[in-house]
Design a binder for this molecule. Structure first.
Ligand code: NAD
Length: 361
């Protein structure tokens, strides 16, 4: 019998419902080509879930995800929900999903595609050949540390508090993912922290340094986050794999993303110790272009390829999708976010048609 996989789809908000079907079509085509079957079930998350149930992550959605082989998420959020109390905000659903599935490692590749090199705002000689993997810790640090909240002081003044905290074991498990990722790539790992100021960062640096003796084939270096931000735009080719905490990783992975010219091209994977991973584009829900057939579906499609590779062990099918993406770019198809002179401007639907044609060839 053909291998079968249950995939949970979380289209979320904004352009999500436009780009998820493109990935589903691509997955279905390669499933037929490589002899495996995918069944898809859809769940509510983010603003769509708030509208339907009042909760950005209904329990049914989490259960659906837990009972599937993998999860394909688009994006959440939009102006409509921006002023709700924090526990009802779309982002709370996303954080809950990560915590609920134990997804502590976020892998974000930032690779320059030769076809899009001129879409980068940096000079060609700076970005040509950039191939970075940012490994971001996802369930600890200042986004989750306690105490957190807005409290009233004795003088009646309000005081907002978040706590940046990491334990040994939290650092060790993300360190392991990072060292192993670097081993499979160029063998260089740069750990980013703020150990000159923050105690939590000193612990981070000590643990990562202690682990390095187990990985003699990986060359470890350390940078303070402010310097890392500068180096990323000054000389990004010095980086191979970067490991960092939740807050610094959030910021640096977006900066790394922009080196490539378009956030609309970048996939990501969020992984736990076991169980399904969540695969999603790096970009948000792009409410400014939602419903206008302008969205670039390729980051979503490349996220589906990462899912095939990491969760479903279907590397050949992943290669097939990645190759088809290169083919449509070689043929000059561009959505607005990656458009350049002489190329053919298309919408989400036309990009999808071109991709399916390349996949079926
Ligand atoms: P964004 O990534 O949604 O959009 C930034 C810019 O990039 C916009 O101009 C948008 O039109 C463009 N863009 C993004 N993806 C695109 C695509 N696939 N094709 C073409 N253009 C694309 O970031 P933002 O504007 O800061 O946030 C919008 C909403 O998304 C907010 O509610 C935010 O909270 C949410 N958000 C969600 C996630 C997530 O779900 N993981 C991540 C970031 C932001």
């Amino acid at each position: 019998m053909a291998q079968q996989y249950r995939i949970t789809l979380l289209p979320g908000d904004g352009i999500g419902p436009e780009i998820i079907p493109v990935a589903v079509d691509a997955l279905t085509v390669v499933g037929n080509q490589f002899g495996f079957k995918l069944t898809f079930q859809e769940g509510l998350v983010g603003g769509a879930a708030i509208d339907a149930t009042g909760n950005p992550l209904p329990e049914e959605t989490l259960e659906l995800c837990r009972n599937s082989d993998s999860v394909l998420l688009a994006a959440i959020g939009g102006y409509k929900w921006d002023n709700l109390p924090r526990h009802q905000r779309p982002e709370t659903g996303l954080l809950g999903l990560r915590a609920g599935l134990g997804l502590f490692a976020n892998l974000r590749p930032a690779t320059i595609l030769p076809q899009l090199i001129d879409a980068s705002t940096l000079k060609r000689e700076i970005v040509e050949g950039v191939d970075i993997m940012v490994v971001r810790e996802l369930t600890g640090g200042v986004y989750f540390g306690q105490p957190k909240g807005v409290f009233e002081t004795e003088t009646g003044e309000k005081r907002g508090v978040n706590t940046m905290a990491y334990t040994d074991s939290e650092i060790d498990r993300i360190g392991k993912v990072a060292f192993e990722t670097a081993q499979k790539r160029g063998g260089k790992l740069c750990s980013v922290d703020k150990a000159n100021v923050l105690e939590v960062s000193q612990l981070w640096r000590d643990r990562i340094t202690a682990m390095s003796s187990q990985y003699p084939d990986v060359e470890l270096s350390h940078l303070y986050v402010d310097n890392a931000a500068m180096q990323l735009v000054r000389a990004p080719k010095q980086f191979d794999t970067i490991v960092t905490g939740n807050l610094f990783g959030d910021i640096l992975s977006d900066a790394a993303a922009m080196l490539t010219g378009s956030i609309g091209m970048l996939p990501s994977a969020s992984l736990g110790a076991d169980g399904p991973g969540v695969y999603e584009p790096v970009h948000g829900s792009a409410p400014d272009i939602a419903g206008q057939d302008k969205a670039n579906p390729l980051a979503q499609v490349l996220s589906a390829a990462m899912m095939l590779r990491y969760d479903l062990d279907q590397a050949q099918a992943a290669d097939r999708i990645e190759k088809a993406v290169m083919t449509v770019l070689d043929r000059g198809y561009r959505t607005g976010d990656i458009m350049s002179e002489g190329m053919k401007l298309v919408g989400c639907q036309e990009m999808s048609d071109a991709l399916m044609a390349a996949l079926e060839e």
